[in-house]
Design a protein around this ligand. Structure first.
Ligand SMILES: NC(=O)c1ccc[n+]([C@@H]2O[C@H](COP(=O)([O-])OP(=O)(O)OC[C@H]3O[C@@H](n4cnc5c(N)ncnc54)[C@H](O)[C@@H]3O)[C@@H](O)[C@H]2O)c1
Length: 462
């Protein structure tokens, strides 16, 4: 019956591409087209070198591309032909005007809404996939229905909960799929259409439905809670360093409480990614708008701790390496904001590199997937910065190695070989606590983890 249903997704990014590939793969009865204004991205999706790195993505794309999955730059044609349109464009933090640095920049999203309205010749279901401030669906509906009453649009909210690095397994086996709609007969009918798509592979009890505003807010709140968990353990890591407690031990004891859970309790150099900061800022903006200052301050604290953690990491390097980094060679192992992605948006690596460059350190940045993005992020950064994919070559002749991303390969390197190629005294700063610290110490390194006592060969280290 669904044979001819056509799905369009506007925005072929980290969310649009993998999400639509999964839908096409699981639902051969739908034709799925993904469009983007960026022709390079579309060319990438149509090639063997996909524009984003994500484990398992190739197989899912291959399963459907050319059969019922298509990538194209023909946005207007796509809109005209579609029955269901997912909008998955970027919604960064506004950098200008009212709400700058806080509110969402909705210019891409609004352009899309107007384009859908202007190109449509038949009724359509519009699905917000992007993460948007609460009540955006209402604004979308107003734009869509302005001017031409004959066109009928039903707007749904279907926020995406995938995490980069595990996107394919998150899409294949999600904790939940959330669908928000108007609770009118037309809204409920559209809601059913979307449930029907996911029901092709997601168990029904995991598909939850609610009203539009609850759905939009749930996405912001989920990210705020996740980030808050990271900032909570990172805040404690600072205290551990002052008291000789071990943050891993504390996290283990805390996480075994089933009310709290053990995930997201790894102390680190701080969270990054395109979503956490922007979504919390959105939440903070919303709270301030409604006059809820204490609530806004509470959530803003999550971001303040994250900034504090990144600053602390650099200051620790500076203090430890005899209060000067000028001319010292430092190898950053990892630049992506997390392992198994090439995405560097809001990565702590950006802040750390800039700060180290300000201190006139010489930087060698290594990462298995993120070096192109790193070059782009640091293109305006004056300093002695080099990029080297091979970690052994990157560490050679360095005074210090700093782990920024928890790539598994970094815990498996031959650190004896690395040590022997470095300047002495050799330092390791483990910003992800993934290395075997006592072994590194035995090799001869001075080791500085997060939230644990350092292991040094200096006699009077305090
Ligand atoms: N990245 C994540 O892990 C993640 C997870 C869940 C939700 N989200 C949310 O999903 C949304 C998209 O995020 P992303 O990471 O995929 O962003 P992205 O920047 O990777 O992709 C967005 C794409 O939209 C395209 N685009 C912008 N305006 C357009 C227009 N008018 N017409 C056609 N294409 C247009 C851009 O060229 C870009 O390729 C954001 O709201 C984000 O908050 C992201």
């Amino acid at each position: 019956m669904n044979k001819h249903k056509k799905i369009l997704c506007i925005g072929a990014g980290y969310v649009g591409g993998p999400t639509m590939a999964m839908i096409a793969c699981k639902c051969p009865q739908y034709t799925v087209t993904v469009v983007d204004i960026n022709p390079e991205r579309i060319a990438g999706w149509n090639s063997d070198s996909l524009p984003i790195y994500e484990p398992g993505l190739h197989d899912v794309v291959k399963c459907a591309r050319g059969r019922n999955l298509f990538f194209s730059t023909e946005i207007e044609k796509g809109i005209q032909e579609a029955d269901i349109i997912f909008v998955s464009v970027n919604t960064p933090t506004k950098s200008f005007g009212a709400g700058a640095g806080m509110a969402a920049d909705l210019q891409y999203w609004e352009k899309t809404a107007r384009q859908i309205r202007d190109c449509s010749q038949s009724p359509k279901i519009i699905v917000e996939k992007s993460t948007l401030p609460v009540k955006t669906a209402l604004a979308m509906k107003r734009i869509l229905t302005a001017g031409d009453k004959k066109k009928q649009f039903e707007v749904l909210s279907n926020p995406e909960f995938l995490a980069e690095g595990t996107a394919i397994q998150d899409l294949e086996n999600p904790d939940r799929v959330l669908i928000g709609s108007d609770e009118t007969p037309a809204g409920m009918k559209a809601r059913k259409e979307l449930v029907k798509i996911y029901a092709n592979w997601v168990p029904e009890e995991k598909i939850i439905t609610t009203n539009l505003w609850s759905s939009e807010l749930s996405k912001l709140v989920s990210n705020a809670f996740l980030a808050q968990k990271i900032s909570s353990i990172n805040a404690i890591s600072a205290l551990c360093e002052k008291t000789d407690a071990d943050v891993t031990e504390v996290a283990r004891a805390v996480g075994m409480d089933s009310r709290l859970g053990s995930r997201f309790l790894n102390a680190s150099v701080g969270f990054g990614g395109s979503c956490f900061k922007k979504d919390i800022l959105n939440l903070v903006y919303l709270c301030r708008y409604y006059g809820l200052e204490p609530v806004a301050d509470y959530w803003e604290g999550v971001i303040r701790i994250n900034d504090f953690q990144k600053e602390r990491f650099v200051l620790n390097m500076l203090n430890t390496m005899f209060n000067t980094l000028a001319g010292k060679k430092i190898c950053l192992l990892g630049f992506a904001f997390k392992a198994d992605t090439g995405d560097t948006r809001e990565s702590p690596g950006i802040f750390i590199s800039r700060k180290l460059a300000e201190e006139k350190a010489r930087l060698i940045i290594s990462d298995p997937q993120a070096l192109e993005n790193a070059k782009h992020d640091l293109k305006d950064c004056a300093g002695d910065i080099h990029y080297e994919k091979d970690p052994y070559a990157a560490a050679e002749g360095c005074d210090a190695v700093a782990v920024i991303t928890e790539w598994k390969i970094y815990s498996e390197l031959d650190y004896e070989r690395i040590f022997s190629s470095m300047i002495k005294p050799a330092f390791v700063f483990d910003g992800r606590n993934i290395l075997d610290h006592s072994r590194l110490f035995d090799i001869g390194f001075n080791v500085f983890p997060i939230g644990k006592p350092p292991l040094t060969h200096f006699e009077e280290y305090v």
